[in-house]
Design a protein around this ligand. Structure first.
Ligand SMILES: [Zn+2]
Length: 316
């Protein structure tokens, strides 16, 4: 797909300078002159439509763990650090468990224009470079939070390689940040595309079907299995279109197009709540948010991107 990398989080050619990760002195020098992106409970610091960076000596980083070296934005070294141990004076109770956390938390050491905010709410305003930096930061820091113990022997592991590895001092095992592949597919049958919704989604919201790739599966096989499991539909040709890092917490969305050879829907209620075929004409009003019943996938999500490009005849 020619426009593949124009998707949100589609990549900015960030220079990750992986060759510097093992050089402790270089890392110390880079950190001293670099910028650090603090992330609190998965929420990045933002400011004025962009990311909120602090210097490495900022008191905001008082509670920070490992500084993860993200790479260079131009000449500037960029790092990220988790400050989840920080307790805001107010606003923590507002962190909601729902689909989108709209609360913001302010740090007393920063101007009021800085706030910790949910990335789903801010991702559309970020430039491509900042989107790549924050997607990387969020995913790697979440991995540190959830992988503090060796998966081989259970001992506490320690960060290494500028935050890109954890080593086990007990058994010597090395562990690396993981990314979980998810297929998401625009399934068409003639003039219609298949949409579904999961329980718990905002009322009326529909999107493309999606599911995790299982061990031993190709991307194409995962697409065929998921669509049959969720909607009972058999597919013919399947092709890959575009990928999207999706750091909620660590998915890699693999956007595909698939042609259905059957169209009778049989739902698996354990997987999805409803699915339906939507004509191209109706999809125009869905995407314009003028359809009376169906609300579109969230902007910034690859489903939205695939459907828009299908409507514009730009999937090739
Ligand atoms: Zn171990």
């Amino acid at each position: 797909m020619q426009l593949a990398e124009t998707v949100t989080f589609g990549g900015s050619g960030l220079n990750r300078a992986a060759e510097l990760r093992s050089d402790a002195q270089a890392q110390a020098d880079l950190l001293a002159r670099g910028w650090v992106l603090p992330i609190w409970r998965g929420k990045p610091l933002v400011q004025a439509g962009g990311l909120g960076w602090v210097t490495s000596d900022s008191v905001v980083l008082h509670h920070a763990g490992v500084r993860v070296f993200l790479g260079f934005d131009g000449d500037r070294p960029c790092f990220a650090a988790d400050i989840t141990g920080w307790q805001p004076d107010a606003g923590a109770e507002a962190v909601q468990a729902g689909f989108l956390d709209t609360s913001e938390q302010h740090h007393p050491a920063l101007p009021d224009s800085f706030a910790f905010a949910e990335l789903r709410a801010t991702m559309l305003s970020l430039a491509a470079r900042e989107a790549e930096l924050v997607a990387t930061a969020k995913a790697v820091l979440q991995w540190h939070r959830s992988h503090g113990f060796c998966a081989v022997c259970g001992a506490a592991s320690t960060p290494a390689m500028a935050g890109w590895q954890r080593n086990c001092p007990a058994c010597g095992a090395q562990h690396f940040p993981r990314t979980d592949p998810v297929v998401i597919m625009l399934v068409t049958h003639g003039n219609r595309a298949l949409l579904g919704r999961s329980p718990g989604w905002p009322e009326g919201m529909y999107s493309c079907l999606a599911g995790f790739v299982e061990p031993g599966e190709t991307v194409e096989a995962a697409v065929r299995r998921e669509v049959f499991e969720e909607a009972g539909i058999r597919l013919g040709a399947v092709r890959y279109l575009s990928s999207q890092p999706w750091p909620f917490p660590a998915s890699l969305m693999l956007g595909c197009a698939a042609v259905a050879v059957t169209d009778a829907i049989t739902l698996d209620p354990n997987e999805i709540e409803h699915a339906l075929w939507v004509t191209r004409e109706d999809m125009v009003s869905v995407m314009a948010s003028t359809h009376p019943l169906i609300k579109p996938a969230r902007k910034g999500a690859i489903a939205h991107f695939l459907i828009q490009n299908w409507l514009a005849d730009r999937l090739d």
